[in-house]
Design a protein around this ligand. Structure first.
Ligand SMILES: Cc1cc2nc3c(=O)[nH]c(=O)nc-3n(C[C@H](O)[C@H](O)[C@H](O)COP(=O)(O)OP(=O)(O)OC[C@H]3O[C@@H](n4cnc5c(N)ncnc54)[C@H](O)[C@@H]3O)c2cc1C
Length: 379
């Protein structure tokens, strides 16, 4: 017979979002008397992804970083652009550093239990796991909803990618500078690019990715990586030390629609991945901060009407890439050649003023954006 355990807060999924939330609970004395569970089936003991993100100056994850860059280049189909970071740093964090640090921090808190189980379903305050049933006053759920897979109404693109961590026998890379996006190696008129993250003169993570409505044949990635390393990086001899792959959803799907008092979707399953970029590491930090403030007020975060404009912008860009995927390389080239990178980063962080947002869109591809705005308003 299954036993029942009772908690004030239960986090389903000890991945990026679940762990960032748990760490925020650990740091805040307001939560020290709350009983908290993290239910996660995996041991989180492999380096399953590398998170990159931009931020200004010092950040709370700096001690876990593998590398950071102050300079970057964007290679469009026509132009090479040296990016003006205006004080932002582009940071690289291997997930294993994050998991190891988080598990050690969480273990110091006797009010937080890390439970190895897989959640089967949540009904009100009852959480049915494969091993046990749990009861929780408040649930934070990072599972991606099954409805999302079936949804045909939202605009959804996929960001599938594969990367090789390569090592060379001679010096080939400049570890002070990285390639943010390189569109010179295309594939069948799709939006796809390579990026290069050098961590030393002889080691770099090289990844090839698409922003596409449908998945692409799996064999393409190895072919493209090989071609890029040989033709663009001009490297003939190297060894592959690690492989990273995955698919990130970029979608206008309303992941937060079932949020209510006592139940909040978090992470990818809560729409915390920025729909127009696929980035979520920093947005997770912002969403966790908002959630902590709301919990102390006994409520859940509600974006204001004015804050929702960023969802609209995401949808406008998604719509362009969905309807005219071949336009992606020139849209991004225009965006990064006509606007300083630091202004785009601020915009993507949803920290710009309305005037700054209009300027970025005005500087990009006006007719295309105006048409997409009309399409999205009509949807
Ligand atoms: C390979 C890869 C690289 C990425 N790189 C970047 C990057 O550079 N920068 C960036 O900003 N974003 C990046 N992302 C996007 C995003 O940051 C990550 O996907 C991030 O891990 C999302 O956080 P999450 O908590 O939603 O999901 P996850 O980190 O995947 O965590 C979800 C957790 O839920 C657990 N789980 C699943 N089902 C159940 C269940 N039934 N019961 C209990 N637990 C369950 C899983 O085991 C997992 O541990 C990357 C994504 C991938 C896949």
């Amino acid at each position: 017979m299954s036993q029942e355990q009772t908690f004030d807060y239960t986090i389903i999924g000890g991945g990026l979002a679940g762990i960032q939330l748990a760490l925020a609970f650990c740091k805040d004395s307001y939560f020290e008397n709350k009983s908290i569970a993290i239910i996660e089936p995996d041991t989180k003991s492999t380096n399953d992804k590398t998170w990159c993100f931009w931020e200004k100056g010092v950040g709370q994850w700096d001690s876990l970083l593998l590398h950071h860059w102050e300079k970057g280049t964007f290679y469009g189909p026509q132009k090479d652009i040296s990016m003006d970071f205006g004080g932002y740093l582009y940071k690289m964090l291997p997930s294993i550093n994050f998991y190891d640090y988080a598990k050690a921090e969480i273990a110091k808190n006797t009010n937080i239990s890390w439970i190895k189980d897989r959640v089967i379903k949540v009904e009100g305050n009852e959480i049915k796991g494969a091993q046990q049933t749990y009861w929780s006053a408040c649930v934070f759920d990072s599972r991606v909803p099954e409805d999302f897979e079936k949804d045909a109404k939202s605009l959804t693109l996929l960001q599938p990618f594969k990367g090789w961590l390569i090592e060379t026998e001679e010096d080939h890379f400049e570890p002070e500078s990285f390639t943010f996006m390189d569109y010179r190696l295309g594939h069948e008129n799709k939006t796809c690019f390579t990026y290069v993250l050098p961590i030393s003169k002889r080691k770099a993570l090289v990844e090839f990715t698409f922003f596409v409505p449908e998945l692409i044949n799996n064999t393409i990635y190895d072919e493209k990586l090989k071609e890029f390393i040989s033709n663009k990086l001009k490297i003939d001899s190297y060894s592959i030390k690690e492989i990273e792959e995955g698919v990130i959803p970029m979608s206008s799907y309303p992941f937060w629609k079932d949020n209510k008092d006592g139940f909040v979707k978090i992470g990818t399953g809560g729409g915390w991945v920025k729909a127009s970029t696929g980035y979520s590491f920093k947005s997770t930090e912002r969403k966790v901060n908002q959630l902590i403030i709301a919990l102390k007020l006994n409520t859940i975060p509600q974006p204001t009407f004015w804050q929702k404009r960023f969802r609209f912008y995401d949808e406008v860009l998604l719509n362009i890439l969905y309807q005219q995927n071949q336009k992606g390389p020139e849209v991004f080239e225009r965006m990064y050649s006509k606007n300083e990178a630091h202004k785009i980063f601020k915009f993507l962080d949803e920290e710009t003023t309305f005037a700054e947002e209009l300027k970025i869109m005005w500087n990009t591809d006006r007719p295309l954006f105006v048409k997409s705005v009309i399409d999205v308003l009509k949807r």
